[in-house]
Design a protein around this ligand. Sequence first.
Ligand code: NAP
Ligand code: MG
Length: 485
Amino acid sequence: MAKQNKTESWEYAPSLEGTSHIQLKKKYDLFIDGKWVKPTSGKYFSSINPANEELLAEVAHANEADVDLAVKAARKAYNNVWSKMAPLERAKYIYRIARLMQERAREFAVIESLDAGKTIRESRDIDVPLACNHFFYYAGWADKLEYAFPNRKVESLGVAGQIIPWNFPLLMAAWKIAPALATGNTVVLKPAETTSLTALKLAEIIEESGLPAGVVNIVTGYGDTGAAIVNHPDVNKIAFTGSTAVGKIIQKAIAGTTKKSTLELGGKSANIIFDDAPIDQAVEGIVNGIFFNQGHVCCAGSRLFVQENIADKVIRKLKQRMESLYVGNPLDKNTDIGAINSKEQLETINKYIQIGKNEGAEIYQTKCDLPKKGYYCPPTIFTNVAQSNIIAQEEIFGPVLTIQTFRTVDEVIQKANNSPYGLAAGVWTDKGSRIFNLTTKLRAGVVWANTYNKFDPTSPFGGYKESGFGREGGLHGLNAYVKLN
Ligand code: NAP
Ligand code: MG
């Protein structure tokens, strides 16, 4: 049951999303050259539901030989079919994938919640519709590239190797596959170890859409599977979303090769509240910024900066709001905070919470009973945080917020920019001029004004500094997959 909190004012009866309409196989093979093939090693690994630790399916572990088969299939499809196909025909396939995914949206949402631990509300209302919209959006560009890049000759790159993380499994696959196909490239994609299932369901849809064999290949795995894609000599482009640490390994691995790359990496984004902000909306924005998707969001507003004269009020209201958040079963439509994606990630979060305590910051966690099985973390905030504290510097990737105060605009700009990352930021104020001032001075790829965590396929997304380079989404997202002459 989702209701874990002991507050009196918010009691909802459980409202569980059904699972009888979903179809999961017991065992998934690799999707290579339009067929389901067994891994050469014969090895499979388990994908579990982090909400209750139950097995969902066994998934094939691709090694170097399997990746080689996938790249060969992608190359053959690129040379013989996809690069030669009229752009308008390519568009129809992409559009068909979007339609098929939309028709099975409910099944995708439930599987995403089961496999990743994210709440059904989010997978149903955010992940799956946005993933469909990315395919729709890029289908529209496929035959209009001459307008996207006027007076330039647009060439595709060839085979794109794409590696994605576990926080938005289907959405990240859509972000990567849709623009690659629209620009005439073929794909080898690897989902993250703990969240392969929606990528495999997407492979089923791709099969159903009649997309020519080899245009999209899905290789599941962990450990060296991703590296086998990165190091394959016949891959022309690497599109990676994941941690900064792995991003650096990839950059080293492809240095000196002709491979193009885009890296979408970690973040430690600042959410800034000025004293003229609409406070209740801002509190909602703080909650949305850090507790949305259990804080498993690269652009999470994990560092809160509140103007000093309103800090007490904001923190009081925030604590009140936190007490009304439901932590528990991701499939319950009342749940606000679902399960942490894996045991390892929960350990990482707990390690940082301990570090915060040791650093002398003051912790506040909501009083809720967490389910006995599964991986859960209550919403957590730290006050009395110094700029130099580890919890204010490093990405925690969980529902943990640090709170600092500021007095002047210059001070908060300086504090917000004092981070190795630069993915996103939020600014809450009544003054338009202040918003424009901050958007030019904050070193962040996205700056939201009086809102947080809003996404749209037409809008580019990407980072500064150690948050990576290249943009995904929008017109900019096409750029990453073409050579312009
Ligand atoms: P991760 O450990 O870097 O893994 C990401 C992907 O890379 C996984 O598929 C992983 O495979 C694979 N991988 C691991 N080592 C590799 C190697 N040496 N070569 C090639 N691929 C390798 O990141 P994560 O823990 O899954 O995801 C969380 C991170 O992603 C956070 O830092 C978050 O901020 C970032 N993120 C960024 C964005 C953005 O747009 N900027 C969006 C979402 C997430 P295995 O899973 O099998 O290990
Ligand atoms: Mg899982």
